[in-house]
Design a protein around this ligand. Sequence first.
Ligand SMILES: Nc1ncnc2c1ncn2[C@@H]1O[C@H](COP(=O)(O)OP(=O)(O)O)[C@@H](O)[C@H]1O
Ligand SMILES: CC(C)(COP(=O)(O)O)[C@@H](O)C(=O)NCCC(=O)O
Ligand SMILES: [K+]
Length: 263
Amino acid sequence: MNNHPSIVLIIGNSRLHWALFIDKTLYSTGDTFHLPESIIQQLAQNPTLDNWLTAISLPTNLSIIPDYPIPLILASVVPSQTALWQIYPHLHIITLEDVPLQGMYPTLGIDRALAVWGAGKLLGFPTLVIDAGTALTFTGADDNQCLVGGAILPGLGLQLASLGQKTGQLPLLETSLMTSLPPRFAMNTSEAIQSGVIYTLLSGIKDFIEAWWQLFPNSQIVMTGGDSNLLKSYLQQQFPDIAERLIVDNHLIFQGVGNIVIS
Ligand SMILES: Nc1ncnc2c1ncn2[C@@H]1O[C@H](COP(=O)(O)OP(=O)(O)O)[C@@H](O)[C@H]1O
Ligand SMILES: CC(C)(COP(=O)(O)O)[C@@H](O)C(=O)NCCC(=O)O
Ligand SMILES: [K+]
């Protein structure tokens, strides 16, 4: 094969994560919100690269845009969203069976399996992935490329949203407005929420990392997901020794896909 494009779509609970592959090479990436059904129908009826690039605004400077139907490779942790794409004519849905990781349990999220596989292939096993998305997940694999397990908790945005939405007096804070660490003992509501959420999250992340290093002292640790840059910068301020050994890679899951599915 040469110069054959495919679109990869990872459906998360907040956003869609896109990649354009040319053969096995990751060519460009982007994120969008969940798309309206009308756009999905248009793409299904006219699945050319030109249409794809317009619909999801992926950057390219390809000299030749092929006009044949483009395969869509999809991995999703949102079944209602997966259902919308079933009408696409050249669809490959990635399942756990496509991931060569050993010892997976049947309900493991495909995003976690792909990310930890991608991390191991890119940086070596053992490896621990911290995915700071809607949920924040830890997913580890050992030297035998076998799942060790992990943990799931509400992510930064979800913690803030739950306080904003499930209380009578607390404002809904946006992560996009956060930059530096808040005062630990805060004297206003916004900073008090930030302090509570951020310092407990950072301590929790540190504790999981240290527990992982007790098991696998030389393991790489990779952080990915929408809040990874923000959390890395907070960790640099709060726990610089830990942050120094932490790699941020926002394309981890695509590394996993490129490695196993695209032939
Ligand atoms: N441009 C953006 N739009 C929306 N969320 C963003 C953006 N940039 C960073 N985020 C953060 O990304 C988090 C969601 O992470 P993401 O990896 O997109 O989730 P998922 O994979 O679960 O859909 C949110 O908590 C939010 O704080
Ligand atoms: C934990 C998750 C909700 C994370 O999803 P995300 O935050 O990336 O949208 C997803 O990986 C999932 O639904 N997992 C299934 C349960 C499990 O992994 O054990
Ligand atoms: K994710």
